[in-house]
Ligand binder design. Structure first.
Ligand code: GUN
Length: 286
């Protein structure tokens, strides 16, 4: 079997084009959706992600503001900047790029972002709303994955979904979204015994571990939908996912490539969340 490739680039382009239309509508009412991106330090991967997010905003007609802070900035300085962005009426979404330097408390920083501007969906209030089935902002990567599954017409009600990786950013919210869609969800972590026994049960397998090529073809149920969240750089400079594509694509029914799979979807959903934050603001102003 050769798996169908789920083209995240094409789907994200369609979503971004739709966002651009809605942005143009809002602008007619005098509102330009605005996103602030805060980057602390020099992490090369974070710099690339932030550049891509800002470029996508500009292309879709959103206003963006990038705040760059030195690695040795104090947490209090970062919190002051977040508080100032909370008060800024031209900014509808605030994103603090993670990871933060080790001397900063990420949880405290995220909790300082106004929940109504938390377009990452990481604030405990947004995590709680998601968990209780009344989401305001869905975290962008899992949200993008749900859109991919929808575009593939994957039947989630009653399906066995296995998520590998239990981070606050991807694994946990992914499990909540799949559960809300009616899947039976297994959330695996680094201590899971016999991971293959879990992953081989999956009709839908989502892998977000940050470990290159850790899921191999023999760990996949024939015909499964495989979503690879990993973006790892190999020694030859090429990107690879958390799933070994060569073996997995012989077994899976459909699979996301790296690059060109989940990555572009994360950015598209960030634009959706920022647009919707601005739309809610506009609705309140009427
Ligand atoms: N670092 C890796 N992924 C993300 C993300 O989706 N949002 C933020 N803020 N930081 C990240």
């Amino acid at each position: 079997m050769t798996a169908r490739i789920i083209d995240g680039k094409a789907l994200s382009d369609a979503i971004k084009a739709e966002v651009a239309k809605r942005v143009a509508e809002l602008k007619k009412n005098g509102i330009t959706p605005g996103l602030a991106v805060v980057l602390v330090g020099e992490d090369p991967a974070s710099q690339v992600y932030v550049r891509n997010k800002v470029a996508a905003c500009e292309k879709a007609g959103l206003h963006s503001r990038t705040v760059r802070l030195a690695t040795d900035s104090t947490e209090e300085h970062l919190l002051d900047i977040v508080r100032e962005l909370n008060r800024d009426d031209t900014i509808h979404g605030i994103l603090v790029q993670l990871p933060l330097p080790a001397h900063m408390n990420s949880a405290r920083v995220i909790e300082t972002i106004a929940a109504a501007k938390d377009v990452d969906g990481f604030h405990i209030s947004n995590a709680g709303l998601l968990m209780t089935g009344q989401p305001l902002f869905r975290p962008c990567t899992p949200y993008g994955i749900m859109k991919m599954l929808e575009s593939e017409s994957v039947a989630l009600r009653g399906a066995e979904a296995v998520v590998v990786g239990a981070s606050n950013i991807v694994g946990k919210p992914m499990a909540m979204l799949l559960l809300a869609a009616g899947a039976t969800v297994t959330l695996c972590n680094s201590k899971t015994r016999d991971l293959g026994a879990q992953t081989r049960r999956a009709d839908v397998l989502v892998v977000a571990t940050g470990k290159p090529d850790m899921i191999t073809g023999d760990m996949i149920k024939p015909g499964a939908i495989v979503i690879d969240v990993g973006i790892n750089r190999k020694s030859d400079g090429k990107l690879t996912g958390d799933v070994e594509f060569a073996t997995a694509s012989k077994v899976a029914g459909a699979i996301t490539p790296v690059p060109g799979g989940v990555g572009p979807m994360t950015i598209a959903m960030l634009l959706v969340n920022t647009l919707e934050a601005a739309e809610r603001c506009a609705a309140k102003a009427v």
